[in-house]
Ligand binder design. Structure first.
Ligand code: MN3
Length: 195
């Protein structure tokens, strides 16, 4: 919902072009290919599909998990970022986050730490877990907490493709800079719907 250059200088234009038009597009293409001949599954919403991977035939389950996860994760990712963003959460979201994680600086430290420790490729998330509690979790690859019964409030992509052109091997630097592009209004909307 914004231009490729909108997240400069935190995320550069070329990263956004490659990330959206090549990486995300490939997940969509491969998910559609995997679901060919499975109209019942293709008719499900992406979250419903990922929430019940056991309903997906074993022959295509890996493809659906990886590429369906890739589609869902990136769709969320573009929407919770934006230009003229950053700052801090407000209102009900801020209250819930403070109650769960302590002050905003402590929260960011924990989130960045979880993202930094993810070995290889994956994501770091804030979720509403099965018991309705806010938590910070990390998943490998394109796995989504949706598949474990949690609801994704927001998350950051820690695959190298998300940051390498600008930050090279310095993932912690990317994790710190990323807060400048988080659209807290969009995150609050997701939280309100998830509750
Ligand atoms: Mn990515």
């Amino acid at each position: 919902p914004y231009g490729y250059d909108a997240l400069e200088p935190w995320i550069n234009t070329r990263t956004m072009q490659l990330h959206h038009d090549m990486h995300h597009a490939a997940y969509v293409k491969n998910l559609n290919a995997a679901l060919e001949g499975h109209p019942d599954l293709a008719a499900k919403g992406i979250d419903a599909l990922l929430a019940d991977l056991s309903a997906v035939p074993e022959a295509i389950r890996g493809a659906v998990r990886n590429n369906g996860g890739g589609h869902a994760n990136h769709t969320m990712f573009w929407q919770i970022m934006g230009p003229n963003a950053g700052g801090q959460p407000e209102g009900e979201l801020a209250a819930a986050m403070t109650s769960a994680f302590g002050d905003f600086e402590s929260f960011k430290t924990r989130f960045n730490d979880a993202g930094g420790k993810r070995f290889g490729s994956g994501w770091v998330w804030v979720v509403l877990d099965k018991d309705g509690r806010l938590d910070i979790v990390s998943t490998p690859n394109q796995d989504t907490p949706t598949s474990d019964g949690s609801k994704v409030i927001f998350g950051n992509d820690v695959w190298e493709h998300a940051y390498y052109l600008t930050y090279e091997n310095r993932r912690p630097e990317y994790l710190k800079a990323w807060w400048n592009v988080v659209n807290w209004k969009a995150v609050a909307d997701r939280f309100a719907k998830a509750k």
